[in-house]
Design a protein. Structure first.
Length: 337
């Protein structure tokens, strides 16, 4: 097993600085043996510009030059979702560990193939659901397990961005490469309620606003679990309000827990509990979700720790997304091949 982690960046996407560059820049001792060594993007000039800004020593001409580079142990894949399957399989075949942006694939079939390939290669494939690694997750679970809310039976989860926040020229409006509000935004609410109630809900209803052919500008879905537990999830790239909203509300027989921005609590995260005894709030750890994610990925690769967001969990997330799209009449996102 390697004693350090040399990361190659597949894409110069805007998500890369918060996900990788900024956590490393904190100087956190837990990342002392992690370094970014190589960057590849679609455009060489763009890659060189990003490498200069981010302090990456080596720029290569193509994506596949990243995962075949001798100074790379693992790759961070931040290409559009429609390319995740192709790029992840190639990186795994080259013997590299993979931190792949969410959603892991265009559909559940692709996700299952990627997970199987990682198992066959004995390599880590971790999906970049950064929220899952933050201390807020344990804080929420502690409240739920304490019984303070009583029998937890329903949840509402939403991630909404205002109209215009994602320009219509953005890749997230491109059906052919995994676009759609559910894919980019709604995957988080789906994960939140699966974490809360269990991995395999039934999708009982879904409705989409088809802003352009095949693309859900907005989508809502009702989910159900054995024992009568239910949830409603919502995502939108065409929200009516000037400010977006990321929120999880958990209802129990004795109270309600409201979590503002469970996605990224470092940006205004808040937690409150309302019961018959009144309402109270708890402080939320302001550290960045991405820092905890990178620490977890490093531990998974170098120490054999559980990646948490991987394997069957990734496949089941995509199965729910596929079913929501099917129920809404849009169908799962197509594979590029």
């Amino acid at each position: 097993m390697t004693t350090r982690l040399r990361l190659g960046l597949v894409s110069a996407a805007r998500i890369t600085p918060p996900a990788i560059i900024e956590p490393l820049a904190t100087g956190d001792d837990r990342l002392a043996d992690v370094a970014v060594t190589v960057l590849g993007a679609r455009d060489r000039a763009r890659a060189e510009d990003a490498a200069t800004r981010w302090g990456v020593p080596t720029v290569v001409d193509a994506y596949d030059d990243v995962w075949t580079h001798p100074d790379v142990d693992a790759v961070y894949i931040a290409t559009p979702a429609g390319y995740h399957h192709e790029h992840t399989l190639a990186a795994l075949a080259a013997g590299r560990h993979v931190l792949c942006e969410k959603p892991i694939a265009s559909n559940a079939i692709e996700a299952a193939e990627m997970v199987e390939a990682a198992r066959d290669a004995n390599r880590v494939l971790m999906e970049a659901f950064h929220w899952r690694h933050h201390p807020l997750v344990a804080q929420m679970r502690r409240i739920i397990d304490s019984g303070e809310l009583g029998d937890v039976h329903h949840a509402e989860a939403r991630f909404v961005l205002p109209e215009g926040h994602i320009p219509r020229t953005d890749i997230r409006w491109d059906h052919s490469i995994g676009g759609g509000s559910l894919m980019d935004l709604g995957c988080y609410p789906v994960q939140w309620v699966r974490w809360l109630f269990g991995p395999e809900p039934a999708v009982t209803h879904a409705e989409a606003t088809e802003s352009i052919p095949g693309i859900d500008g907005r989508i809502t879905a009702d989910l159900a679990w054995p024992g009568g537990r239910t949830a409603r999830v919502e995502s939108s790239m065409i929200g009516p309000d000037a400010e977006g909203d990321s929120r999880l509300v958990v209802h129990g027989s004795a109270g309600t827990m409201t979590v503002r921005n469970p996605l990224a609590p470092q940006f205004g995260g808040a937690l409150s509990v309302s019961t018959a005894d009144g309402e109270r709030s708890e402080d939320v750890d302001p550290s960045a979700t991405y820092l905890h994610q990178l620490v977890r990925f490093r531990a998974a690769v170098l120490e054999g720790a559980d990646p948490i967001t991987h394997g069957d969990d990734s496949v089941k997330t995509m199965q729910v997304i596929d079913e929501i799209y099917t129920r809404a009449g849009l169908g799962p996102r197509p594979s590029r091949r």
